[in-house]
Design a binder for this molecule. Structure first.
Ligand SMILES: [Zn+2]
Length: 246
């Protein structure tokens, strides 16, 4: 084999080719979208600061546009920024390897205060009915070290988490979408909530939560489900902290 064809073969060995493919198959925002994303992220953070952490969980998209227009310290969303938001809400996330069901059809979805109950000292809300019942039963069956870490999240809150995740993933949409559901695809908008162990901080959102006594007790309860088990068909990472309301 002459040197030239050897080099060609060497660069096509399966391992190397696969490595290249793995990196290349991730989908990124383009440069213009990336710059818009930074501005949307900043504006959403200003909204959160303006309405407060608790209210930000519930506010609708229309209310968000109103606040942005009305307060110069927030500033109205530009047409291009709204186009990016529209794309993040409406596009099919299967292209990023997310196969979960759409939970919300309208970007201006409303969550009414009378539909939810605020859980003291958490800044979070839970839907009345089965979800709230589950939460109280969990506190009773698992104990007081079990805490609510995230409850109802309307579209804007989910959008802000998604946008921030894309930002932290440097525009890598494939990576971001595996870490957090896109704004129209979260079960937090319709039913589910997250729990953790008191004092565990960010570790409550890692697979380590599955090693806690709290989690162990939860696995024995038949009135709740685990939405995102290991290797779930939705393509979402293992989330032992995420309670499926059944
Ligand atoms: Zn969750």
């Amino acid at each position: 084999m002459n040197r030239r064809s050897f080099l060609r073969c060497a660069t096509l060995t399966p391992i190397f080719a696969n490595t290249l493919l793995a990196d290349d198959s991730d989908i990124y925002l383009n440069k213009e979208e990336w710059e818009l994303l930074i501005r949307v992220n900043t504006r959403l953070k200003r909204i959160k600061k303006h309405v407060g952490f608790g209210n930000f969980n519930l506010i609708s998209f229309n209310e968000t546009l109103f606040y942005a227009r009305s307060y110069s310290k927030i500033g109205a969303f530009t047409k291009k920024e709204l186009e990016l938001i529209d794309k993040l809400f409406h596009e099919d996330p299967k292209i990023y390897g997310f196969y979960g069901e759409r939970t919300c059809l309208r970007i201006d979805n409303e969550v009414l205060k009378k539909q939810v109950t605020k859980i003291p000292y958490t800044g979070h809300f839970i839907f009345q009915g089965k979800a709230l019942e589950d939460y109280y039963n969990l506190k009773k069956d698992v104990g007081d070290t079990l805490i609510l870490t995230s409850g109802v999240r309307n579209i804007v809150k989910q959008l802000s988490l998604y946008v921030n995740k894309i930002y932290n993933s440097r525009g890598n949409m494939t990576k971001a979408t595996k870490g957090i559901a896109p704004p129209a695809y979260s079960y937090h908008t319709v039913s589910d909530f997250d729990v953790g162990r008191k004092g565990w901080g960010y570790k409550n959102f890692t697979a380590d939560f599955a090693s806690t006594d709290e989690f162990n007790k939860m696995t024995k309860l038949d009135y709740i489900g685990m939405r995102y088990k290991k290797n779930n068909k939705d393509g979402v990472r293992f989330e032992p902290w995420h309670i499926e309301v059944i």
